[in-house]
Design a protein around this ligand. Structure first.
Ligand SMILES: [Fe+2]
Length: 256
């Protein structure tokens, strides 16, 4: 049995452009991603893997995905990507096929990455194909602790506008998870904020964006003054997850 912890770094929602000068709501997403990656490099030298949980780029260009791939080379760890509502899956696959694995095995853990994108929509949905894949991974490796990753939030987070665009079929996800006893936690992006809550009696962890943040528990869209950040997850041999969120600075950030 593996006796060492597995360190996973999750970044989410970089919303990168092909043009390094472009901004999202006044925030240069290339610069903020660089700041996040510099902090990861400095504080967490060699994680076992880097997960990028959707909304990788903003302008639907192949060049934007190439820029992301190039930037992530600064981190000495394999990176794995999953699709958010803003993404172009065929470009992700074309630019970085090795990042598009659905199941990552690390010691006595597996990470399953699900695609919750609905083409042309902002909300999420897990197709039968994705649900079947998850079921197969859970059945095939019943002794592996499992971390599940997707873009959309599977349960309401008490934010009216955000909860309209959550995963639309959480009951289907629950139906697949419940018969198995090897799922230990769920991580997602999409909500541009740090949050911890429960779904199917499992810990669910939302992770800040590497660019603009959203105000938690807000009825309507509101940009937050919190800084870009990322999540670190230590997967322990006994199935426990130790996790924390780090931000590039404690100072308030201004958006437009
Ligand atoms: Fe996003």
């Amino acid at each position: 049995m593996n006796t060492t912890r597995i360190r996973v770094v999750q970044i989410s929602d970089p919303h990168l452009f092909a043009d390094s000068g472009s901004a999202l709501m006044g925030v240069n997403t290339s610069e903020t991603l660089d700041e996040v990656l510099a902090k990861i490099q400095n504080d967490y030298q060699e994680p076992d893997c880097l997960l990028v949980t959707g909304d990788l780029t903003q302008d639907d260009s192949e060049a934007s995905y190439h820029r992301l791939k190039e930037k992530l080379l600064k981190i000495h760890a394999p990176s794995y990507w999953l699709q958010g509502n803003h993404d172009q899956p065929h470009l992700m696959e074309a630019v970085n096929p090795s990042a598009m694995q659905k199941q990552i095995i690390l010691g006595n853990w597996q990470i399953v990455l699900l695609n919750s994108q609905v083409e042309g929509e902002t909300h999420g949905y897990l197709s039968e194909t994705e649900l079947k894949l998850l079921d197969t991974c859970l059945k095939k490796d019943p002794d592996k602790h499992t971390l599940l990753a997707l873009h959309h939030h599977p349960a309401p987070i008490n934010s009216r506008w955000m909860d309209r665009i959550m995963l639309k079929n959480p009951d289907d996800l629950a139906r697949v998870i419940t018969p198995h006893d090897n799922v230990r936690g769920i991580i997602h992006g999409h909500v541009h904020q740090a949050r911890k809550y429960q779904f199917c009696d499992l810990p669910v962890m939302a992770t800040p964006s590497t660019c603009v943040q959203f105000v938690p528990e807000s009825d309507d869209f509101q940009a937050d003054t919190k800084q870009p950040g990322f999540r670190v997850l230590d997967l322990l041999p006994d199935g426990q997850i130790e996790t924390s969120v780090a931000r590039v600075s404690d100072l308030p950030m201004t958006c437009q």
